[in-house]
Write a new protein. Structure first.
Length: 345
């Protein structure tokens, strides 16, 4: 088996080219069966559905929180569910705190809400608001009634500075791998003598059947940290994962420990991979060696995750305007929440 694995890994590029050529031909034959409703029509329908559900889901999510003792201090100017709705509206329109506060002032005759931009920023670190956003995510995922899921997982980055775009900087980093000047410059920049992060990592587990996220995680340091956070959330959803697809970053033998014995795992073994390991790892290698096209056809369903991130960034932007780590996490939660809201219909 080891000889067959070594041969398959050496021929990997040729196998991938053959698979992509076959996939391209198959795709041409499927085009006639597609639903050609326009993008604008689908988007309008999704926005209407999301708008109808936005306030009821926020109120239901807040009602799930049990407050043992009310906090002291000044009473809230705006109820927590409305605060969360404001953050979500602000996010999808890509408004700064000041512009959003000015917009609220213009519509205060209808909404009765007139607050400062500093108050808007503080909502991102409000514990009740963060818990409400988290509960909304759980409610939306459960509304689809997903009991068994075939999932794909992938990570991406959001920029914390307007001068650097994640995709271009990531391509530059990959191009510099192996060179002496490959450091951490793409991730950090100096400001007033201190290093500041340029990107924040996000990881999401997507159900391929519905396109909804079952778990998400964020990290200021590594994608692996975001991955484990997403796995922890998905584990609390009560959904059984039948199969999962992950990129080469997770192509190590211990990845099988993150899933049940019944879960089919589709990864591409690294060049130095061996057949030694757990029975679950041997099943992965056997699947890749025995039927490489079939294995790749499952593995490349991971592209749905990349498409999902692309949609999220086109809808809510690729820039995070918050500076504090806790507020950055809340801003990313809002983007993931919009992803699921748009798929309710």
């Amino acid at each position: 088996m080891q000889k067959h694995l070594d041969k398959a890994l050496l021929d990997h590029e040729r196998i991938v080219k053959g698979y992509k050529r076959k996939y391209s031909e198959d795709r041409k034959t499927r085009d006639g069966k597609r639903d050609w409703r326009t993008y604008e029509q689908r988007l309008a329908l999704r926005i209407k559905t999301a708008t109808r559900e936005l306030v009821p889901v926020a109120e239901e999510a807040f009602s799930m929180i049990k407050i043992s003792r009310p906090a002291g201090g000044r009473p809230r100017e705006v109820p927590v569910p409305k605060c969360v709705v404001m953050l979500l509206i602000k996010d999808i329109f890509r408004l700064s705190n000041r512009k959003f506060a000015n917009m609220l002032a213009l519509f205060s005759a209808f909404t009765g809400i007139d607050i400062s931009y500093k108050t808007v920023e503080r909502i991102y670190s409000d514990e009740l608001a963060k818990l409400t956003v988290h509960n909304m995510f759980l409610i939306l995922a459960k509304k689809k009634g997903i009991r068994n899921a075939d999932v794909s997982g992938d990570g991406t980055g959001y920029s914390l500075t307007i001068t650097k775009h994640y995709r271009s900087e990531r391509e530059l980093e990959l191009a510099n791998i192996g060179k002496e000047d490959a450091g951490g410059d793409w991730r950090e920049k100096k400001r007033d003598g201190q290093k500041r992060k340029c990107f924040v990592r996000s990881f999401a587990l997507m159900d391929l059947g519905t396109g909804m996220y079952l778990g998400y995680g964020t990290s200021m340091s590594s994608e692996h940290e975001a991955y484990h956070e997403a796995m922890e959330m998905a584990g609390g959803m009560g959904t059984a994962i039948d199969s999962v697809r992950l990129d080469k970053l997770y192509s190590y033998q211990s990845v099988t420990d993150d899933f049940s014995e019944d879960t089919k795992i589709y990864v591409i073994p690294k060049k130095n991979a061996t057949i030694k390991g757990s029975p679950a790892w041997k099943r992965i290698v056997r699947s890749y060696v025995a039927d490489p096209f079939g294995h790749l056809s499952e593995y490349y369903k991971r592209n749905n995750s990349e498409s999902g991130f692309s949609t999220d960034k086109r809808m809510c932007g690729w820039k995070i305007w918050q500076k504090r780590n806790d507020r950055i996490g809340t801003a990313l939660m809002c983007k993931d929440l919009w992803h699921n809201l748009m798929l309710l219909g």
